[in-house]
Write a protein that binds this ligand. Structure first.
Ligand SMILES: [Ca+2]
Ligand SMILES: [Ca+2]
Length: 258
């Protein structure tokens, strides 16, 4: 199995803070806030258009992690397919082995060791109680981000919970290639990922899984706080990761945004 790893920064794009979202749009790494803000607070409904737009229900194959806590959905051919190299000959692409490994690692660190609520089981969503992780080419246009976590359910217990809580799903990139590119500031094409390959996979796993945990807790109104805490975990769990430092420039330049 490849010993790859990852990191992600999640930006808050709220309708009530449009200037903020515009200023940060070039630096978006995580789309979780977009889905949170698509939730109709009045009707407690999840807007499904964004999810269907990603075709998450059409991937060709799925594989459970060893503990059956995670189910990874991926393609074997086409633009979204990860490398099919299988050096350990277990009939699972090595990249998918690494995805399974690092999500189990995120569970161990964040639920078992840190004691956060678990988003697993997920009440049978997508056919099993395993948490569903989807592999897509998110690093190239029209996307250009590390990953996202999206509510996948109606509020879990709206009659009892003071604030909405949700089961969720995660989507991450198919390779975190240094060749993945997107349009940045002034429409100049730039490399999407600062850290690449398994280093990007590992930080994305702990970051997005933390968003899944956050959705098991009360209110998601402060998406910036959600983003900052998920990003901080990247460096807490993987101290040699420096991916999050890119965001310091924005913090010092525009502290009021935080
Ligand atoms: Ca499931
Ligand atoms: Ca990619």
């Amino acid at each position: 199995m490849l010993t790859l790893r990852v990191l992600v920064f999640f930006l808050c794009i709220t309708s009530s803070n449009l200037a903020f979202s515009q200023s940060l749009s070039f630096n978006s790494k995580c789309m979780t806030s977009k889905f949170l803000n698509s939730t109709d607070k009045k009707k407690n409904l999840i807007q499904a258009e964004d999810l269907s737009r990603f075709g998450l229900d059409k991937l060709q194959k799925k594989t459970f992690s060893a503990s059956n806590r995670f189910l990874v959905h991926y393609d074997t051919v086409g633009i979204n397919a990860p490398s099919q190299i299988d050096l350990n000959k277990n009939n699972i692409p090595d990249y998918i082995d690494s995805v399974l490994y690092y999500f189990e690692y995120a569970y161990q660190k964040e639920v078992v060791e840190m004691g956060y609520f678990s988003p697993i089981p997920d009440n049978g969503l997508s056919g099993s109680d395993a948490y569903d992780v989807y592999i897509k080419d998110l690093g190239n246009e029209p996307y250009g981000f590390y990953g996202f976590t999206s509510p996948e359910s109606q509020p879990i217990n709206p009659k009892i919970d003071k604030h909405d809580r949700f089961y969720s799903l995660i989507a991450i990139d198919n390779d975190y290639s240094p060749k993945d590119s997107t349009l940045g500031e002034n429409n100049i094409k730039r490399q999407t990922y600062n850290e690449t390959g398994i280093r990007a996979l590992r930080i994305t796993a702990v970051h997005e899984f933390h968003h899944a945990i956050q959705l098991m807790y009360a209110s998601q109104d402060n998406v910036m706080m959600m983003e900052l805490t998920s990003t901080s975990l990247e460096n807490i769990i993987f101290p040699d990761s420096k991916d999050n430092l890119k965001n310091l420039n924005l913090l010092f330049r525009s502290p009021s945004l935080f």
